[in-house]
Design a protein. Structure first.
Length: 263
């Protein structure tokens, strides 16, 4: 092993992905429940509870029910959570406590290929959870097809963006408890102020400008538009933003993880 980061990644990273899939298949029933039941709980709480008080929401010059407004955003939040938490807490446990990374590096698989496999697995978990949630949301008529099918590849792109961010943090935090800090300062503000529960136009001007910098804002906008049956060129900017976010944090994740593990 050398101290230089190599960006020549072979298809051997698939073996790391495959390893995580094998573990997932052993506990899939537990992992299957959150994306299945969570949208039902939110729809019940917001549709029957808060939705009655809020009434209609003005979105893109049309009136929609409050539960229809938040339903697609819940898919976007789920994409963020699955990838981010998989590549922070779960990856940290595999790296630090289980020593899985050390064991894999004893094989021809390089560290960079391990990290790529981890990020791709985080994106895959986002994709699996999205497929489950789409099935639930479709039963309630919250997804317009065929445009709604675009949410599937979007889930993988969003998974790579947030998975890369999570892996970057895994490379710099000294202890697993420190993850609570980026969750409080990064994930929670996005969850609340990225247009998930109310339009960002309701925020002050300075807060709107800040919200545009959040990747979740663009993920919510795309998911909601596709769920409403809208697929316009205007949305291309949000797609490019998620691509750019991934392009920045993907190599950064490789760099910091290499610096942490290769002495």
């Amino acid at each position: 092993m050398t101290g230089r980061v190599s960006f020549r990644i072979s298809k051997r990273f698939i073996r790391v992905w495959q390893r995580n899939l094998t573990v997932y298949r052993r506990t899939w029933k537990i992992s299957f429940l959150p994306p299945l039941l969570e949208p039902l709980f939110y729809i019940l709480a917001f549709g029957v509870g808060l939705g009655v008080l809020v009434g209609k929401i003005h979105y893109n010059s049309v009136e929609v029910s409050y539960v229809s407004f938040i339903a697609p955003a819940l898919i976007a939040v789920n994409i963020m959570y699955n990838a981010f938490f998989e590549n922070t807490f779960a990856s940290f446990v595999r790296m630090y406590y289980q020593k899985t990374f050390d064991a894999i590096m004893a094989t021809p698989i390089s560290l960079e290929e391990i990290i790529v496999g981890e990020i791709m697995w985080g994106a895959t978990k986002s994709l699996i959870a999205t497929l489950i949630m789409l099935g639930v949301m479709s039963l309630f008529g919250f997804i317009a097809y065929p445009q709604g099918l675009l949410i599937v590849p979007l889930a993988f792109l969003g998974g790579i963006a947030f998975g890369s961010t999570g892996m970057f943090l895994t490379g710099i935090v000294p202890h697993i408890e420190i993850f609570n800090l980026p969750i409080f300062l990064f994930i929670t503000p996005m969850f609340l102020f990225s247009g998930t529960f109310f339009p960002i136009e309701n925020l002050p001007d300075w807060a709107q400008k800040l919200a545009i910098l959040f990747p979740l804002t663009h993920l919510v906008k795309l998911t909601r538009s596709f769920a409403f049956g809208v697929a316009s060129l205007e949305l291309l900017w949000s797609v490019l933003y998620l691509f750019a976010f991934s392009i920045v944090f993907f190599p950064l994740a490789l760099f910091v993880m290499h610096r942490r593990l290769i002495k």
